[in-house]
Design a protein around this ligand. Structure first.
Ligand SMILES: Cc1ncc(COP(=O)(O)O)c(C=O)c1O
Length: 404
């Protein structure tokens, strides 16, 4: 056995993700879980029936490495139906193990030892370790508080001859913001005439609120030639546990991505791919109501949290909602977000996610936590009722009052 004094971890600072930790704690405490991003409601029974049908139809052996051919054709049709460009399913679309595997494979395909990749903090936790495993350096640029805006001057200053990748998550988890057409134009200018690729993490492509329109890197005239765009049926069809996502990229990039994918996941669960394809063929508009569905849930949560003392800038996109507890009074405001989250789970019985783990250097004064709205209405109202009872009972003096 190799002793720990000899073994040298490649990711010594990486522990279990905050999402897993909080879900585990929620189960242990019997807390209402509005932390980790997964639906707690039933999936469409017609989609569930498609799995049985796919298994009976014999989709039980290795799927093609690139993904089920008919599913890729259905995805290409969906992209056009959503107002996007024509893509060649044969050379530009690859099915992956969730969006996560596409992110990992794209990073491994283009980040080389000694090169740099830029991410925007707060950033989804899968980016940094994958960049480091590729031998690259992850450069973290903060989004500007309090509105989490891109500071393109700062990006320009960070770009150098070693830069190989910029990751842009749109809609953004956890900031709940949406990139504008002007943001993508700025990104095009920053990367122009440089050997820099773009990874558009667009898993929340259909979750935009209040009439906002998704700006995809694959529809941007200039960016699309250098971009990977990553999607997730987990988010769009409410099936995070199926682990089916995909990457859209020009043929050259797709070829490189597949070189990684084929020795990693190799291919994705055949009956699940076949089931999604059947479902999309029968219900080609299934994704169209996703924004309205989550928008109603966001509004329900916001309405039920009114009077809680939390500051709640309505989410522009993603299936999360941020809550700032800084105005709750000294008893709360002096707590770090991790401490506040701990108190909430222990004393109010509600699991939420602190924002600081999404940063390399969390802003000292930030007092913000993330709630997931992809939950049953009853989960959202119960979570809100518990939070309100707790903050109301505790008032400005959280040190003793209101424990439960
Ligand atoms: C921003 C972002 N990117 C990627 C993913 C991963 O998607 P999947 O569950 O399909 O792997 C998630 C999941 O929460 C996410 O929030």
């Amino acid at each position: 056995m190799v002793s720990s004094s000899v073994f040298s971890s490649k990711l010594p600072d990486v522990g279990t993700t905050i999402f897993t930790v909080m879900s585990r704690r929620a189960t242990e405490q019997g807390a209402v879980n509005v932390g980790q991003g997964f639906p707690d409601y039933e999936i469409d029974p017609r989609l569930a029936a498609c799995v049985t049908e796919a298994v009976a139809a014999g989709f039980n052996q290795y799927a093609p490495m690139e993904g089920n051919v008919a599913l890729r054709a259905a995805i290409a049709a969906k992209i056009v139906a959503a107002g996007g460009r024509q893509t060649d399913p044969e050379t530009e679309i690859t099915i992956s193990c969730g969006g996560t595997e596409s992110i990992y494979s794209a990073i491994q395909a283009v980040v080389t030892p000694g090169s740099e990749a830029i991410v925007f903090d707060p950033s989804y936790d899968a980016y940094d370790p994958a960049i480091r495993l590729a031998g690259g350096r992850c450069v973290h640029i903060p989004l500007e508080a309090p509105h989490f805006r891109y500071d393109w001057e700062r990006v320009r200053a960070a770009v150098n001859d070693r830069t190989r990748l910029v990751i842009i998550n749109n809609p953004h988890n956890p900031a709940c913001t949406v990139a504008t057409a002007a943001d993508l134009d700025e990104l095009a200018i920053v990367t122009r005439d440089r050997p820099i690729h773009v990874l558009g993490d667009e898993v929340y492509e259909h979750v935009l609120y209040d009439g906002r329109v998704h700006q995809s890197v694959i529809n941007h005239e200039e960016l699309r030639e250098r971009s990977f765009a990553v999607y997730s049926f987990g988010k769009t069809l409410h099936i995070t546990g199926w682990r089916v996502g995909y990457c859209v990229a020009p043929p050259l990039l797709t070829r490189e991505l597949r070189k990684v994918h084929q020795f990693n996941a190799f291919s994705i669960a055949a009956p699940l791919q076949a089931a999604i394809r059947l479902y999309l063929e029968r219900h080609p508009d299934a994704w169209r109501d996703v924004a309205a569905f989550f928008s109603a849930k966001r509004d329900l949560l916001l309405a039920n949290l009114a009077g809680s003392g939390l500051t709640l800038p309505p989410a522009a996109g993603s299936y999360f909602q941020l809550a700032d507890y800084g105005a709750l009074g000294d008893g709360f405001a002096k707590l770090t977000d991790v401490e506040f989250t701990e108190k909430l789970i222990n004393e109010a019985g509600v699991a939420v996610i602190p924002l600081s783990p999404f940063y390399r250097e969390p802003p000292a004064q930030q007092r913000v936590v993330r709630l997931c709205v992809a939950k049953r209405d009853s989960t959202l109202t119960e979570a809100a009722a518990r939070i309100k009872a707790y903050t109301g009972a505790s008032g400005a003096n959280a040190s003793g009052a209101g424990r439960r």
